[in-house]
Design a protein around this ligand. Structure first.
Ligand SMILES: O=C(O)c1cc(=O)[nH]c(=O)n1[C@@H]1O[C@H](COP(=O)(O)O)[C@@H](O)[C@H]1O
Length: 250
């Protein structure tokens, strides 16, 4: 499955960030059954499922096994899988991260961190080209302090805009959507619109919908991601409420 197919689906991404304390006495078993049921119920309304690696890593080795099972389940349901790991390192290590999450685990998209520079992004991009994947680079993140580095002026423009333009240049000359995307927080609506205008061929992952106060964007190529607002509507696992929440968005 090519991750870019996500862009032909409804523009909503289910974020899976499981908190074991909300899942009763056998949390892993409940996270497994709830997530599978939720993905199945929401599938026609979703572009993709985004698994936040930190929450699975925090569950230890069994959590990583569960991640593999749930990501495989999503693929069987025909849903593109995005791993949110915000990885980034020197070339050979970046290549190992890319092998891990775009090949060994059944993902086809991965979030990455651009702090090491464009050469360090290349192994991710190379893996994405080979596997039909996509790489989403942190551009303007949703958190209140993101401006400290990301808004720094560079030749009169915010750093994140310069980064976005450099990312757009990576896949120049290729037809269709780029395999490099940008992450722009929905808590900064002006930045989402500006990013859409500056890099029209880049898929944009826009997290922050709902719980962080971010809105829903209908611009082409925008994937709106919600974790708590969809996975724990009302603050707990609730299939019916999640379906209603998804219906309200899409
Ligand atoms: O890359 C991300 O997905 C991401 C980028 C960003 O700028 N802000 C952000 O919140 N995220 C992730 O999106 C999810 C947001 O969760 P909710 O606030 O519960 O919807 C978390 O998994 C975050 O790690």
């Amino acid at each position: 499955m090519d991750f870019l197919d996500a862009l032909k689906r409804p523009p909503l991404v289910l974020g899976v960030d499981p908190r074991p304390e909300l899942h009763g006495r056998d949390p892993l078993a409940h996270i497994r059954s709830y997530t599978l049921a939720l993905m199945e119920a929401l599938a026609p309304r979703l572009a993709a499922v985004k698994f936040q690696l930190a929450f699975f890593e925090a569950l230890g080795p069994q959590g990583m096994g569960l991640l593999f099972e749930l990501a495989s389940g999503a693929r069987v349901m025909g849903l593109p899988v995005l791993f949110d790991g915000k990885r980034g390192d020197i070339g050979p290590t970046a290549a190992a991260y890319a092998r891990a999450y775009l090949e060994a685990f059944p993902g086809s998209g991965l979030t990455v961190n651009p702090y090491l520079g464009l050469d360090a992004l290349e192994p991710f991009l190379e893996a994405a080209r080979r596997t039909g994947g996509a790489v989403f680079v942190l551009v303007k993140t949703s958190n209140p302090g993101s401006g400290f580095l990301q808004d720094l002026p560079v030749e009169g423009r915010p750093l994140w805009e310069r980064l976005l333009e450099a990312l757009a240049a990576l896949e120049e000359g290729q037809p269709g959507w780029s395999r490099v995307g940008g992450v722009v927080g929905g808590t900064y609506p002006e930045a989402v619109r500006r990013a859409r205008a500056l890099a029209p061929r880049l898929p944009l992952l826009v997290p922050g919908l709902g719980a962080q106060g971010g809105g829903f964007f209908r611009e082409e190529g925008v994937l709106n991601a919600a974790s708590r607002a969809l996975y724990y509507p009302g603050g707990r696992p609730d299939l019916e409420a999640a379906l209603k929440a998804a219906e309200a968005f899409v």
